[in-house]
Design a binder for this molecule. Structure first.
Ligand code: EPU
Length: 456
């Protein structure tokens, strides 16, 4: 009986969580991007480290922010919102959370793992539930755990999650990452700032979101030096205060709309998009034949993306850590590449399984073949391990409508772009569950851009 009602519930959710897309209309108009999801969520965790309240501005209304808000509140942080995306977090009464309260968020995001350092400093212990996030690879947390153990944390892996304790004040470490992982770099930063002594992190990630997190921590009182060659040095301090911060804009969302303009033969002004953080994307965009112009007015500036007419050109590209081409830009770009004349090659070097979404694109008429060899560029970690991590895209392909079940956040947005570019009516399932994790008010933005969509 329970199983039956569960199934009914699942079907109902699936039916409700659908966007009907009448494709074939160029997207035209203006939308605005707010603070980067992958900075905002980390800055929210950093608020736990302060002795006074912190304020973040321009926070997007996305479900990842709701998840981190839930985790903060479960730990006694008072969170309040103001106009224009203002978020105030007061950690004065940080306290141990009930396992059940934390478990509500199990499997929903990768962010909980970053609470380790801040909670160990504030409370001496932490519980981290099973992690979620997009299913784009194994996504191990071995670097996080190794580093935390070096800091002096006791990490106990149990079936319900990780139980951590810090019998003494954590102490600074010398640590070299095997790979410049974004999350592990953030883990070390968030732990080292209040540890005793100096931490030297080698082979660190230096994504703009990490530099912005360093700005947040510096405002709180941290002493962090970013040296050349991916070396970050953190001098531990005894206390940190709250911060007030306006995050960098979301360069993944901005690029997603840029790719949507290209794939639908449209023109989109992405207000808030910042050129400096998107240079690699803009180079590829231009090489493919897309056009853009930068308006760098301090208020109201952004980047205009458009399809200038004529044929798009094929390209060979490779995803990489910053300053390389972001892996999160790959999926929306591939949809645009289905419209280029000739063979494009994309080598994904960050995640081993980030091409799953191409099955649906092929069902819509695209011609994308996957290979386990490292095609083009430098051999990567996945070539020896037989993962289908290179793609050859033959175009141009006329895309036709389909019913699509989206598998994760970025792949979901790509499916949405494909449905908008295709002739006919597609039904895209899972939009609220996945796309709203990282794209604020995408229904409203689609409407503003003249897309013909409906909620049945
Ligand atoms: N890795 C390990 N061991 C670890 C940690 C990472 O082997 O302990 C590997 C991963 O398996 C992966 C590589 O290192 O192959 C890079 O992973 P990274 O740690 O950099 O990724 P992340 O911190 O989990 C963040 C973003 C992702 C983005 C990547 C790369 C957040 C919440 N997520 O993930 O964003 O793709 O960095 O830039 O910041 C998204 O927004 O949709 C998204 C997936």
């Amino acid at each position: 009986m329970l199983a039956l009602s569960d199934t009914c519930l699942k079907e109902r959710v699936l039916k409700e969580d659908v966007l009907v897309v009448h494709g074939g209309t160029p997207l035209r108009g203006e939308i605005r991007v707010r603070g980067a999801k992958n900075l905002v969520s980390k800055a929210m965790v950093a608020a736990v480290l302060g002795e006074t309240a912190s304020t973040l501005y321009d926070v997007p209304a996305i479900s990842d922010v709701e998840i981190v808000t839930g985790l903060l509140e479960a730990h006694g942080v008072r969170v309040s919102t103001g106009p224009e995306g203002e978020l105030v977090m007061d950690p004065a009464n940080v306290t141990r959370a009930a396992v059940d309260e934390i478990n509500v968020h199990a499997g929903s995001s990768r962010i909980p793992i970053l609470f380790c350092g801040p909670l160990l400093h504030r409370l001496g212990h932490a519980f981290i539930p099973d992690l979620g996030g997009c299913k784009i690879g194994d996504r191990p947390i071995d670097f996080h755990i190794q580093a935390l153990r070096e800091f002096g944390a006791v990490v106990d892996k149990r079936p319900d999650g990780l139980h951590l304790s810090a019998p003494q004040r954590l102490r600074g470490i010398k640590y070299e990452l095997e790979y410049p992982s974004v999350g592990s770099t953030e883990q070390v930063l968030l732990t080292a700032v209040l540890a005793d002594g100096v931490t030297e992190l080698r082979n660190a990630a230096v994504e703009p979101e990490i530099i912005d997190l360093i700005c947040v921590l510096q405002k709180m009182g941290a002493i962090i030096k970013v040296h050349t060659d991916r070396v970050i040095e953190i001098q531990g301090v005894d206390r940190l205060t709250g911060y007030s911060h306006r995050p960098i804009p979301d360069r993944i969302e901005a690029a997603s709309w840029g790719a949507a303009a290209l794939a639908t033969h449209g023109e989109i002004f992405v207000r808030g998009a910042k050129q400096a953080d998107m240079m690699t994307f803009l180079n590829v965009y231009r090489s493919v034949g897309g056009a853009f112009s930068v308006d760098d007015s301090p208020v109201g500036g952004g980047i205009r993306f458009w399809h200038p007419g004529g044929e798009l050109q094929p390209v060979a590209l490779e995803t990489d850590v910053h300053p390389g081409l972001m892996t999160d830009w790959q999926q929306p770009l591939v949809v645009a590449l289905t419209q280029a004349r000739g063979l494009s090659i994309v080598h994904e070097t960050v995640y081993e399984r980030r091409f799953g979404y191409t099955t649906e694109l092929n069902q819509m008429g695209a011609n994308i073949q996957l290979y386990s060899e490292c095609l083009g560029g430098t051999p990567c970690r996945w070539g020896r391990r037989n993962f289908l991590h290179s793609a050859v895209i033959a175009g141009p392909s006329k895309l036709h409508a389909a019913d699509l079940q989206i598998p994760d956040l970025r792949a979901g947005f790509s499916h949405l772009i494909a449905a908008l570019a295709a002739e006919g009516t597609s039904r895209v399932y899972g939009v609220d569950r996945y796309i709203s994790r990282g794209y604020e008010n995408f229904d409203g933005k689609l409407e503003a851009l003249g897309a013909r969509t409906e909620r049945p």
